[in-house]
Design a protein around this ligand. Structure first.
Ligand code: ATP
Length: 900
C-alpha cells in the first residue's frame, strides 16, 4: 500500500499552529485505510501484553505510551531483528525514537517526524502544542509497521530469527578467527516473492527493497575491516582472516545506500591523516571523490526512476481503464453508441458551460484576489499603524515608567523626610510632654497661690461691701445737701440771667446812644464786613479771630502766629461771613431814610480787590431780590417811604451814575433814551451835591432804577471789554437826588445819597505792574491817599482840607465835609495771604471812624427863599458859565449856598 502524507509542512517544517492560522480540518486516522486506533491498540496489546492498554485508549494516551520510542524499537526489531540493539544498557528515552526514525529512513519506510509525537509542555500559546490531529503520521507509521508485521511470512520471520542466531554465532566465530559467509545473509528471490508488499516497494522505495539483505551485517563487516586497516594492515600483508572476511562479503543484494556507506567507511579509514603525502592516501581521497560523484549520480538516477515509475503506473492505470472502456464500447450496439455520442455532446456542452462558469469563477477569483490584495494592503497599513501605535504606546509606557520612577523617587524622598519629621515630632512631643508636665506643676502651684489670693480678696470684698454701704449712705446725704445748694444757686442764677437780659438791652441802648452821640458829633460811621471764603479757598486758616457783639474785631496772622500779634479794632458794627444782604441793609436803612428828610448821606465801600465791595453795594445779581445790595434796596426803600408819605409830601427822585477812572469822570448813563423820558433835572443843583456834567435821570419806581442800573453796568462792561476788566480799577458812584415838597408848608427838602464803590485799595508797589496797569494803580493810589489825606485833615480838624487833590475827594467833598452823614463799609478778605492788606485797611478804617464831621444838617428851604433862588438861577451870566465851564458849575452851588 502506498501511503502518502495527508498534510504539508510549512516553511519552518512546523505544522500549522493553533490560533494563529485557521485550524485545518482534523484528519482522521480511520480515513486512511489503516483501521481504527482501537485496532492498533488491540494489535499492540497482542504484541506486548505487558502494555495492557485499554480498548478506549485515546490518541494522547497512546502518544504517552509511544513517546520514549521503546515500543517502536521493539516492533522494528520484531520486523528486522537486531536493527536496534536493545539488549545492553537500554534505557527508555527519546534517543531510541531518533534511532528508530533513522532506521526507518535507512529502510525507506514511511516515518514521522519528532514533533509529531513530542509534546511541548510548559510552553506558552505561541509554542507548538501537541493535539489530536498531529498524531496522524505516528499512527500511519504504526499502521505500516502493523501491516508489515502481519503480512510477513511466519516462516520467513522464523528464518530471520535462525539466521540472526547463526549470524551472531558467526560474528563470534569471526572474532575468534573463523570465516564469515555473507551468502547466508542474502535474501533470496523466494523471500521477495513471499512478501506481498514487494510491488509497492518496486514503485516507490527501490532502495528499501534491496536493503532487505541486512545492511547492518555489511556495515559491521565494513567496521571490522576499517578497524583492521587502522591497525596498519596492507593488502599484501592481509592475513587469511581478513581475506576470508573480504571474500565472505557479498554486496549483491546490499542496498545502494548501504554500499555507499560501506565504501565511504573503507575509504575514510584508508585516508591516513598522519601520512598526508603517501600514495595510498592520495588514491583513497581521489577514490572517495569518485565514489561521492557516483553516489550523487546514482541517487539522481533513483529519483528519476521513481518519477518514471510513478508516471508508468499512472499511465498504465489510465490505459487499463481506457482499454476497459473500449472493450465495453465494442460490445455496444450502434444506437447505444449514437446515444453515447449525443450524451457526449451534451457533456461537451455542459463542459463548455462549466468552463464558462469556471472562467467566471476565475474572474471572481481574480477579483477576490485583488480584494484580498487590497485587504492585505489595508492589513499591512493597519499593521504599520499598529506598529506606530505600539511604538507610541511603548514610548508612553517608557514615559510613564520614567515618571513612575521619578514619582517613586520623590515618594521615597518624601517618605524619608516624613520619617525624619516623624522622628523629630516624636522628639518634640517628648519635649512638649516634659515641658507640659513641668508647666502643670507650675500651674498647680499657681492655682494654690491663686486660691489663697482669692480667699483674701473675698475677705477684702466683704469689707469693701460694708464700706460701700456706709459710703452710699453718705453720698445720699451729700446729694440731698447738694440738691438744696443747687436750688439756692438756681435762684441766684435766675437773678443773674435777668441781669444778663438787662445787660443786652442795655447794650442795644448803649449802641443807640453811642450812635446818637456819633450823630451829634457827626462821626463817620464805619461798618466792617468780612467776606466768606470763596469756593476752592482753604477754610481752615482765617485772619479774623473773633467778632464781638459790640463792634469789636480781633485779627491775627495764622501763618505767622509769633510775629504778628493779635490786633483789636472797634467799629460801629462788624458783619461776619454769614451776614446776609438783608441784615447789612437793615443796619443801613435808618441812615438812608434820612435822605428823605433832607440829609445828605454818603455810603462808600472800601477794601482791597475781591473783598466784596461790589457785593455789598450792588449785590452779585439784580435778578434775585435776595441778592440785591445796598443800592437797590435803598432806592426800593425810598420809593416805599415816598409812597407812604404821599399824603403829606411829594418826592422827586433823580439818579446819576458815574465812574472815575484814571482821574477822569465818566457818565455811565449818558446818551440814554430815558434821559428825555425821565427828564433831566437842572444840573445847577443849588446845594452843589450833584456830579457836574453827569446826566441825571428821574426815576419813579424800582423798575426805573433797575433799568438805569443795567444801563450803567452795561456801559461799564463795554468799557471793561475795551480796557480789560477795569471794574476793580475805577470808582463807581451812584448819586440819588431826592427833592421833597411838604404839601402843607411848601417847604422844600433836598437830600442826596452817594453810593460809592471804590477801586481796590491794594498798594501799587506790591502789585509790581508796569505800563497801563501801573498808571491805573497810581491813579487809584493817588485818589485813595487823597481820600486818606482828607479824612486825616478832618480828623485833625485842620483849617485846610485837601479835597482838590483828586476827583474822588472832589466828588465826595459834600459828603465828607459838609454836614453829611457818612457811612463807610470796610470790606475784609479773611484769607491769611491778604493779612497785611487787611491790616492796613483796618488801620485806615480806624482813622476814618475817628473823624468828626460835625452834626449833620437837613437841607430845608422855605418857599420864599426857593423863589428867590429860582430867580437867581435865571440870571444870564450864570447861563453862559453853566454851558461852558464845568468847574464854574460845580462852584455855583457853594456860592449860592454861601449867599443864602
Ligand atoms: N458777603 C459775601 N457773600 C458771598 N460772596 C461774596 C461776599 N462778598 C464778596 N463775595 C464774592 O467775592 C467775590 C469778590 O467780590 P466783589 O467783586 O464784590 O469784590 P470787590 O471788592 O468789589 O472787588 P473789585 O475791587 O475787584 O471790584 C465775588 O465773587 C463775590 O460774589
Amino acid at each position: 500500500m502506498n501511503v502518502q502524507p495527508q498534510r504539508k509542512r510549512n516553511e519552518m517544517g512546523i505544522y500549522a499552529r493553533f490560533g494563529s492560522i485557521a485550524r485545518p480540518k482534523e484528519p482522521r486516522f480511520e480515513d486512511n485505510g489503516y483501521g481504527s486506533v482501537k485496532s492498533l491498540v488491540e494489535w499492540l496489546n497482542n504484541l506486548f501484553p505487558y502494555l495492557n492498554l485499554p480498548s478506549e485508549t485515546t490518541e494522547e494516551e497512546l502518544r504517552d505510551c509511544l513517546i520514549d520510542g521503546t515500543i517502536f524499537c521493539s516492533i522494528l526489531n520484531k520486523l528486522r531483528p537486531g536493527v536496534i540493539d536493545m539488549r545492553t544498557g537500554f534505557r527508555p528515552s527519546a534517543d531510541y525514537l531518533k534511532r528508530f526514525l533513522d532506521a526507518m529512513d535507512e529502510m525507506g519506510l514511511l516515518r514521522f517526524v519528532l514533533e509529531d509525537i513530542q509534546q511541548h509542555s510548559g510552553a506558552t500559546s505561541t509554542l507548538i502544542m501537541w493535539h489530536k490531529g498531529y498524531m496522524l503520521p505516528v499512527l500511519q507509521c504504526l499502521g505500516t509497521l502493523k501491516e508489515h508485521l502481519e503480512n510477513a511470512d511466519i516462516y520467513s520471520r522464523k528464518r530471520w530469527e535462525v539466521r540472526e542466531v547463526e549470524l551472531s554465532n558467526r560474528v563470534d566465530q569471526s572474532q575468534h578467527g573463523s570465516s564469515l559467509n555473507l551468502d547466508n545473509f542474502v535474501v533470496n528471490g523466494e523471500d521477495k516473492k513471499k512478501n506481498p508488499n514487494k510491488d509497492t516497494y518496486q514503485h516507490g522505495l527501490i532502495t528499501s527493497v534491496s536493503s532487505e539483505s541486512s545492511p547492518f551485517l555489511l556495515l559491521d563487516a565494513g567496521n571490522k575491516l576499517s578497524e583492521m586497516l587502522k591497525q596498519g594492515f596492507c593488502a599484501e600483508f592481509l592475513d587469511d582472516n581478513i581475506k576470508d572476511l573480504i571474500k565472505s562479503i557479498s554486496v549483491d543484494n546490499a542496498s545502494t545506500h548501504v554500499l555507499f556507506r560501506f565504501l565511504n567507511q573503507i575509504l575514510d579509514e584508508s585516508i591516513d591523516k598522519k601520512d598526508e603525502h603517501a600514495y595510498h592516501t592520495h588514491m583513497a581521497r581521489m577514490l572517495k571523490q569518485v565514489v561521492q560523484v557516483i553516489e550523487q549520480r546514482v541517487y539522481a538516477q533513483v529519483e528519476n526512476l521513481k518519477d518514471q515509475n510513478n508516471l508508468c503506473s499512472v499511465c498504465s492505470g489510465k490505459y487499463q481503464s481506457r482499454l476497459k472502456v473500449l472493450e465495453t464500447l465494442a460490445s455496444w450496439s450502434t444506437e447505444e453508441i449514437e446515444a453515447l455520442f449525443s450524451h457526449l455532446k451534451q457533456i461537451k456542452m455542459d463542459k463548455t458551460g462549466i468552463e464558462e462558469k469556471v472562467r467566471l469563477k476565475e474572474k471572481d477569483l481574480t477579483n477576490l484576489k485583488e480584494e484580498k490584495r487590497s485587504l492585505e494592503n489595508e492589513n499591512s497599513a493597519l499593521k504599520r499603524e499598529l506598529e506606530t501605535l505600539k511604538r507610541i504606546h511603548e514610548e508612553h509606557c517608557l514615559q510613564i515608567e520614567t515618571q513612575a520612577k521619578e514619582t517613586n523617587q520623590a515618594l521615597e524622598k518624601k517618605t524619608h523626610d516624613l520619617e525624619c519629621y516623624l522622628m523629630d515630632s516624636n522628639k518634640r512631643v517628648k519635649q512638649l510632654e516634659s515641658f507640659s508636665e513641668s508647666k502643670l506643676e507650675g500651674w498647680k502651684k499657681k492655682e494654690e497661690t491663686f486660691r489663697i489670693f482669692l480667699n483674701n480678696h473675698q475677705r477684702a470684698l466683704q469689707e469693701l461691701r460694708t464700706a460701700y454701704a456706709s459710703v452710699k449712705q453718705e453720698v445720699t446725704m451729700t446729694k440731698k445737701r447738694y440738691g438744696e445748694e443747687f436750688y439756692g444757686l438756681g435762684v441766684e442764677l435766675e437773678g443773674v440771667v435777668h441781669a444778663a437780659d438787662n445787660y443786652h438791652s442795655v447794650l442795644v441802648e448803649n449802641r443807640k446812644l453811642y450812635n446818637e452821640v456819633q450823630d451829634l458829633k457827626g462821626n463817620i460811621r464805619v461798618y466792617c464786613r468780612v467776606r466768606p471764603f470763596l469756593p476752592g479757598q482753604c477754610k481752615k486758616l482765617t485772619t479774623v479771630e473773633h467778632i464781638g457783639e459790640n463792634g469789636e474785631l480781633l485779627v491775627s496772622n495764622p501763618t505767622k502766629p509769633g510775629k504778628d500779634k493779635n490786633r483789636i479794632f472797634k467799629f460801629n458794627k462788624v458783619f461776619g461771613q454769614a451776614a446776609s444782604q438783608e441784615e447789612v441793609f437793615l443796619d443801613t436803612r435808618p441812615l438812608i431814610r434820612t435822605v428823605l428828610d433832607g440829609f445828605n448821606v454818603c455810603i462808600f465801600a472800601y477794601g482791597q480787590t475781591g473783598s466784596g465791595k461790589t457785593y455789598t453795594m450792588s449785590g452779585p445779581s439784580i435778578s434775585s431780590k435776595e441778592d440785591w445790595g445796598v443800592n437797590y434796596r435803598a432806592l426800593h426803600d425810598l420809593f416805599h417811604i415816598a409812597q407812604n408819605r404821599k399824603g403829606s409830601m411829594t418826592y422827586e427822585i433823580g439818579v446819576q451814575m458815574v465812574e472815575i477812572y484814571n482821574e477822569q469822570v465818566r457818565d455811565l448813563l449818558t446818551c440814554h433814551g430815558s434821559q428825555k423820558r425821565l427828564g433831566i433835572w437842572s444840573t445847577t443843583q443849588p446845594n452843589g451835591l450833584a456830579v457836574p456834567d453827569a446826566s441825571m435821570h428821574q426815576v419813579t419806581s424800582t423798575e426805573d432804577v433797575l433799568e438805569l442800573m443795567n444801563i450803567g453796568l452795561m456801559n461799564r462792561a463795554v468799557s471793561a471789554t475795551a480796557l480789560n476788566e477795569r471794574s476793580s480799577r475805577s470808582h463807581s458812584i451812584i448819586t440819588i437826588h431826592v427833592r421833597g415838597v411838604d404839601l402843607e408848608s411848601g417847604t422844600l427838602l433836598r437830600g442826596n445819597l452817594h453810593l460809592v464803590d471804590l477801586a481796590g485799595s491794594e498798594r501799587v508797589d506790591r502789585s509790581e505792574v508796569t505800563g497801563e496797569r501801573l498808571r491805573e494803580a497810581q491813579h487809584i493810589n493817588k485818589s485813595l491817599s487823597a481820600l486818606g489825606d482828607v479824612i486825616f485833615a478832618l480828623a485833625q480838624k485842620s483849617q485846610h482840607v485837601p479835597y482838590r487833590n483828586s476827583k474822588l475827594t472832589q466828588v465826595l467833598q459834600s459828603s465828607l465835609g459838609g454836614q453829611a452823614k457818612t457811612l463807610m463799609f470796610v470790606q475784609l478778605n479773611p484769607d491769611p495771604d491778604s493779612y497785611s492788606e487787611t491790616l492796613s485797611t483796618l488801620k485806615f478804617a480806624e482813622r476814618v471812624s475817628g473823624v468828626e464831621l460835625g452834626a449833620a444838617k437837613s437841607n430845608k428851604e422855605g418857599r420864599d427863599i426857593r423863589e428867590l433862588v429860582d430867580q437867581v438861577s435865571y440870571l444870564p451870566t450864570f447861563d453862559e458859565t453853566m454851558c461852558n465851564n464845568v468847574s464854574t458849575k460845580s462852584v455855583y452851588p457853594f456860592l449860592l449856598k454861601s449867599m443864602l
